[in-house]
Design a protein around this ligand. Structure first.
Ligand SMILES: [Zn+2]
Length: 205
């Protein structure tokens, strides 16, 4: 059988597209999209502060939607690597990193939890240990709810699986109203944390 050389080349060429900008790239997230601008959101009742790596409306937000929606673990790992590089040096000295738990149904259908990938990458970079110290019961979809409705929907959602102490760092992929982080922080304080900070890959607004 005669082989078409153009087709053979096409079969051997494995194009990678950046999950942030959709251009051809050598990595799942290209160098241009990996430039981040960290913001700090103000403290709330149980949180000392929230550090946000980038905007949800930007390329990393797009990559987060791709990682979770496709789902695409490689894109999740690329976001996690960037997250570790961004925050790894500033979290040294903390006592524990805790990922915000995804509902069990989402982990089963997706095959991975993005907050767990972020927590693992941050731990590797900083040397701060991480542990899945929280569980969460399922909640209704929060999309479309206002701040007050979200807070009511997530209140009491989290439970601690162990005692914690000192400075605890919560990790999540997206912060919207902060209701989920607030409930998780409240539970970690009740479990013994002296301070709770949150770090997220992106933030809405
Ligand atoms: Zn890009």
């Amino acid at each position: 059988m005669r082989r078409d050389p153009a087709r053979t080349r096409a079969a051997l060429w494995w194009p990678v597209r950046c999950a942030g900008c959709d251009h051809d790239a050598a990595e799942p997230i290209c160098a241009a999209c990996a430039r981040v601008v960290v913001r700090r959101l103000p403290a709330t009742h149980d949180l000392e502060g929230v550090l946000v790596m980038t905007k949800y409306s930007g390329p990393i937000g797009r990559a987060v939607r791709r990682a979770k929606g496709a789902p695409d673990r490689d894109v999740g790992l690329a976001i996690a690597a960037l997250f570790g590089r961004t925050f790894g040096s500033i979290v040294r000295g903390a006592d524990l990193i805790v990922p915000v738990p995804s509902g069990p149904f989402r982990i089963v259908t997706r095959g991975f939890s993005l907050p767990h990938l972020l927590a693992h990458a941050l731990s590797s970079r900083s040397g701060v240990p991480w542990a899945p110290a929280l569980t969460a019961r399922p909640t209704p979809r929060l999309a479309g709810m206002d701040r007050r409705a979200r807070a009511a929907a997530v209140h009491g959602r989290h439970a601690a699986t162990r005692a914690v102490h000192g400075r605890v760092l919560l990790v999540d992929d997206v912060v919207t109203s902060g209701a989920t982080l607030g409930d998780a922080a409240r539970v970690l304080r009740a479990a013994g944390a002296a301070e709770v900070w949150a770090f997220t890959a992106c933030g809405v607004g």
